[in-house]
Design a protein around this ligand. Sequence first.
Ligand SMILES: NC(=O)C1=CN([C@@H]2O[C@H](COP(=O)(O)OP(=O)(O)OC[C@H]3O[C@@H](n4cnc5c(N)ncnc54)[C@H](O)[C@@H]3O)[C@@H](O)[C@H]2O)C=CC1
Ligand SMILES: O=C(CO)COP(=O)(O)O
Length: 323
Amino acid sequence: MKAGVIGAGAWGTALAQLLAADGAHVRLWALEPEVVEAVNRDRANPLYLPDIPLNAGIEATSDMADMADRDLLLVVCPAQHLRSVVAQAPAGVPLILCSKGIEAGTHLLMSEVAAQAQPQSPIAVLSGPTFASEVAKGLPTAITLACADAALAARIAARIARPAFRPYLSDDVIGAEIGGAVKNVLAIACGVAEGAGLGLNARAALISRGFAEMTRFGLARGARAETLAGLSGLGDLVLTCSSTNSRNFSLGKGLGEGQPAAALLAHRRTVAEGAFTAPVLREAARASGVEMPVVEAVCALLEDAAPLPQVIDALLARPIRAE
Ligand SMILES: NC(=O)C1=CN([C@@H]2O[C@H](COP(=O)(O)OP(=O)(O)OC[C@H]3O[C@@H](n4cnc5c(N)ncnc54)[C@H](O)[C@@H]3O)[C@@H](O)[C@H]2O)C=CC1
Ligand SMILES: O=C(CO)COP(=O)(O)O
């Protein structure tokens, strides 16, 4: 299968690196001409994945028409741009969606957005605990590959699996997507706890109670509980809630240290998806009557709606209830 990767941020570049590790040719679409030039000329992407020498088989382009001969496309752009990016992709080619988020306005998951933007294209989702720099360096990684079509999932798995990159198959596309979207918001909350010096007990509480929120929301949207407890849910939640390698965790840490959200978000080149997902998730949860107090607290901090001590007090003052 000839693979193309759409989006040359950290994750798209790392996936291109993975796919080209065995000498295969991989075409990588980048938005920025300087990224195309750096990949093709210097075998590097200093803007988004610095200090990683890239494999010779990666050919970058900024022309989406160059993706027309691919028989597999990995879509790795920020979630809020997925609709417009997928609409430009060639029709009918299987799309493996790697972005994590929920579309603002529509509350749609990425597979639902892609199905509207490219109705002819089969869809799969790749999601799990995967820091881009570790995958690019060939460190051991496991990930969920979700697809309603088991035969297509098996073909994709055969193409992307490597000795140190191990996909686990699922037919629960919605579940895989909800885990990846919600964990980004919860990682912000855990970063806040770190930045504010609330301690490791608080972090563990946020992970566990956050996971309860993810599960409530996921079940309401038709996800399966075992998917949420797997790599794409709990696995990714644990990863991003415990390291400043996570952009979402780092954003939260800044908030916890008292830096204003607007300053932290202004002029960012890299994407902290949780900041975009949080208000959409709050809206979607409220609309379906799902309680998500940690998500509400993250929204309050991102919107500077209340000072941090007040947000923490409000979480701690919630009524005692059964776990
Ligand atoms: N970095 C990571 O370790 C992982 C990231 N992801 C997900 O992959 C997606 C992409 O993230 P990264 O590769 O980390 O991005 P990044 O933060 O490294 O780079 C930002 C990307 O956004 C693109 N971009 C900016 N404006 C755009 C527009 N108008 N249209 C299309 N693209 C635009 C840039 O070209 C660049 O590729 C996100 O949804 C993220 O949650 C998933 C797993 C791991
Ligand atoms: O999704 C990720 C790891 O699985 C990357 O997390 P951040 O976007 O928070 O850096």
